[in-house]
Each structure stands twice: as C-alpha cells, then as structure tokens.
Design a protein around this ligand. Structure first.
Ligand SMILES: [Zn+2]
Length: 369
C-alpha cells in the first residue's frame, strides 16, 4: 500500500501509481527513443547536430501519454461500475497495466459483461483515433515526429485491446467469457469453465513460447495460468461462504488474557491450549490482541520480564457477528491477520479465525484447499 503514490481522484476514485510504473515509463521512453532514432534522424539529422534532447523529450511525453491511455482503459471499467453504483476503492497503475480494486464482485453477468467490455472498448477507440490523427499529421511533411508518436500510440492501444481480449483470467477476455457462460449456468460452474479454458490457453502459449524461444510469451503464459487459478479459488471461496455469517462459525468460548501476564506465562498457556492468539482484556474492555508472532519477537530469556501489554497489537480490527463470513475473509487477507475479535454492542462475544473460515469452506463445498 505504501509503495504507491496517489495522483488524484476521478469520479471519487483515487488513482494511484505503483513505483514499478516509474521504471516502466523510463523504459518505454528509452525504447521509443531508440525505435524512433532513424525516423527522427531523417527529419532533424543534419550530420553532427542531431537533436537528441528533443528526441528524448518527445519520448518521455510519449511514455506518459501511453500510460494515460492505460489509465483511461481502467477508467472505462470503473465508469460502468460507478454508473451502476458499485464501489471501486482505487485504481493502481502497475508495471504492465492497471488494476481496479473493487469493493465487491458483480455477480450479475450482464453487468460484468458490460464492465469487462468497457476497458478494451476504450483502448480500441483510442487506437483508431490515434492512427487516424497520425494520418492527418503525415500530410504536413514526411517523418513528422508527432505523426510517428500518434501512429505508435495507436498501434500500442490496439495491441492493448487485443491482449486484454485474450480469453483468459485475469484479462478482460476471461471475465467476458465467464459472464457469457454465467448467463446459462451457475456462477461457480461458469468460473471453473472459464478458468479451465484460460489454463489451457496458458499451456498452449507456454509451449509456443518454448519452441519459439519467446520469453515474453512464457512470461505471459505464467501470468495467465496463475491468474486463472487465483480467480477460480477466490470465486470458490466467495460462493461457498455465501449466506454464512460470522456468528455461525466463530468460537463463542473465548479465552482471554490480561495485559500484565508475562510472556513466559503466555507461552505456557499457548502450549497447553494450542491457541495461537488471545484477546487482551481489562475487565469487560478489549485492549488489544496478542499472537504467537508477538511472542516470538521477544528473546526467550526476556520473556519472564516482559508483559503482554508491552508487545500486543493495540490497533484493533473487529467484526460484528451479523457480518458475512466472506467479509471476515476479505478483512483478514487485506490486513494480513489470522483472527478477528467479534464484538456485539460493545462487548466481546467470540473470535473468528482463518481456521474457522477454512473449515466453513470445506464443509460447504465438500472439498479442501
Ligand atoms: Zn481491462
């Protein structure tokens, strides 16, 4: 989260830039500068006074505009979501494209179809407009740098559209495919089928990449394979937790500890009870949570002198029993924690852990992970 820079807000959605993005902008600028050197050379190359600084400035502008196009692609998706009232938390522009973090997955195939289609549609329109404009710019004189820039931008936008329409997760084409399947079968079956096709596609690309020594293709194949598996898993989890509330799966019997307990005592308690974390209480009031990870930070010899209150996490994330189990799952994975105290009208009523969620998933889907 800290590795990205907020640029501003559009439609209330924060637009962020991942640090890897700055590297890729420089790389694109360099690639464009090298690619356009012979072309620009013909216009400005008067022997020794080839204006390299001009070429570099234009290349940098080119790289920034190209990634503004990637941003517009993402905004295309977001606009449809925004119009239908879906929450988009942020858009982060990464190494090779953008990621829109959605608050919820649309479970409506028609909406997903429109959302998935909007991004490639934006790229396609940008591509065509840039190519047409470059034609106009060429009329002025041959090897006009603006025409070269526009033409390259147009082609890259069309490539971005084509790449995103690959029928595989996590590309838009994979989502289109799933949405199309989902209009005629249950969502989970549709996801499995789309993910299966995506994996087959990835294997095909991998074999092709291997025989043609194309490393970029190998990389994309890997990316697609992992993306398909992750999408499948995430959907299975969401679907199997559907309708289950935190109160149904939490452990109501909560063992708590006091802040003045020593870490030595805590360690013995953890051994005895085989628990990995405890809420820390002061009477009825919850002060924090202490886990095995907090214990491990303190060397063995200092444990009888250190108290729970000194090492516990005071920043407390809690959940209500009537919340959906999938919300607990999302909170834990986003925050990187393993358990959440369950609070009902101010008092601790239970604790829900990853193990509880995994058990619920296994019981309702009849399979393990
Ligand atoms: Zn997209």
């Amino acid at each position: 989260m800290n590795s990205s820079l907020q640029l501003g807000k559009i439609m209330g959605i924060p637009i962020r830039l991942h640090w890897s993005f700055l590297l890729i902008i420089l790389y694109i600028a360099w690639a464009f500068a090298s690619f356009s050197e012979p072309l620009f050379g013909r216009t400005y190359g008067f022997g020794a006074i080839e204006p390299a600084s001009l070429r570099w400035t234009l290349s940098l502008v080119f790289a920034v505009v190209l990634f503004a196009c990637v941003g517009l692609h993402e905004l295309g998706h977001s606009y449809v979501a925004y119009k239908s009232g879906l929450g988009i938390k942020s858009i982060t522009l990464y190494f090779f494209g953008g990621v829109s973090a959605m608050q919820e997955i649309p479970r409506d195939p028609r909406l997903e179809l429109q959302m998935a289609f909007a991004g490639p549609a934006v790229s396609g329109i940008l591509g065509i407009v840039c190519v047409l404009l470059s034609d106009l710019a060429y009329i002025g004189y041959e090897h006009n740098p603006v025409a070269i820039m526009l033409w390259t931008l147009g082609v890259l936008n069309l490539m971005l559209m084509a790449f995103n329409l690959l029928p595989a997760f996590p590309m838009d084409g994979g989502r289109l495919l799933r949405a199309w399947f989902a209009t005629r079968m249950p969502y989970i079956t549709a996801t499995r089928r789309a993910a299966g096709l995506g994996k087959m596609f990835a294997i095909l690309m991998f074999v092709l990449g291997l025989f043609s020594f194309n490393f970029l293709l190998l990389f994309v194949a890997f990316f697609v394979y992992v993306g398909a598996s992750e999408e499948e898993k995430a959907t299975e989890i969401n679907v199997s937790l559907e309708g289950i509330r935190v109160g149904d799966i939490m452990s109501a019997q909560v063992r708590t500890v006091n802040a003045d307990m020593t870490l030595q005592e805590l360690k013995e308690l953890m051994f005895q009870e085989k628990h990995r974390g405890y809420p820390v209480m002061d009477g009825e009031k919850i002060l924090g949570i202490v886990t095995i990870a907090d214990l491990q930070k303190v060397p063995d010899e200092d444990r009888s002198l250190t108290r729970v209150g000194q090492v516990m996490a005071r920043k407390l994330y809690v959940i209500a029993p009537q919340e959906e189990a999938s919300t607990a799952m999302r909170m834990m994975s986003e925050l990187g924690i393993r358990r959440l105290p369950v609070i009902d009208s101010g008092s601790l009523v239970g604790i829900v852990s990853r193990e509880d969620l995994v058990r619920a998933i296994e019981l309702s889907s009849g399979q393990g992970f």
